[in-house]
Design a binder for this molecule. Structure first.
Ligand SMILES: [Zn+2]
Length: 240
């Protein structure tokens, strides 16, 4: 799917999410002349920065500063831009400003693909909240498929990236993206997330297992690493 110029917009609850779940698809899009933008709702200072809090005298501001640096470095490796609404996490509470900000981001960037969390996650309250916010922004910026009395963009395809425990999140992949050519960039981006180093091996192995599935489905032998996604909406094509 990386053959056309794509504009990928990721809406993630926490910085780690865009790296583990979509670094490959972002790097592949950029490598193919596309554009990638990451919008995080929070810095994950409470939910995914436990390692940093082990340091004596640690402060919320310092944790956020470190996560901001890590996120920017990871995004830069992938060739993506990065911004963060800096909401508190665990729980993320979507404010009207963030609702409007997400709509503005979609109107301004006009993504071909909007990428976010699965609808459900029994272990993480922030992920479904991010899905709801991103999905609402998609509807408010894309309209209802008919003439609207507000500014709108061509509706982006919405892709759900792979949760940590897919079966428990009602996640059934229907799109595998070959990320073999950009796996080094994904590894580099994962390396940048120092506060969550323990997940790096896990997501490298996930990419190898998804590649096994992708090879079986496609018959292609050259896929060593893949990322899995689920479409929220049907694809529309002119010919098969
Ligand atoms: Zn997360």
């Amino acid at each position: 799917m990386a053959d056309h110029k794509q504009r990928l917009l990721v809406v993630a609850a926490h910085p780690g999410d865009f790296v583990w779940r979509s670094a490959g698809i972002l790097a592949a899009a950029v490598a193919n002349g596309g554009d990638a933008r990451v919008v995080c709702l929070s810095y994950g200072a409470r939910g995914e920065s436990g390692e940093l809090w082990k340091e004596e005298g640690q402060t919320l501001d310092n944790v956020k500063r470190i996560r901001d640096e890590e996120s920017r470095e990871a995004a830069a490796v992938l060739g993506a831009s990065f911004s963060c609404f800096d909401l508190d996490d665990y729980p993320i509470r979507i404010t009207p400003e963030v609702e409007d900000g997400l709509v503005d981001a979609i109107l301004e960037f006009a993504p071909t693909h909007l990428i976010t969390h699965a609808r459900e996650d029994p272990f993480n309250p922030d992920h479904p909240a991010a899905f709801q916010a991103a999905n609402q922004a998609r509807m408010l910026s894309g309209g209802a498929g008919v003439a609207s009395a507000f500014p709108r963009v061509s509706p982006p395809q919405m892709l759900l990236f792979e949760p940590h425990q897919p079966e428990l999140c009602a996640f059934t992949p229907d799109l595998f993206v070959d990320i073999t050519p950009v796996i080094e960039l994904k590894v580099k981006a994962m390396n940048a997330m120092g506060a969550q180093n323990y997940l790096k091996q896990y997501y490298l192995e996930r990419a190898q297992q998804r590649a096994n599935h992708a090879r079986r489905i496609s018959g292609r032998k050259d896929i060593d690493y893949a990322e899995a996604f689920q479409r929220l909406l049907p694809d529309v094509v002119s010919a098969l």
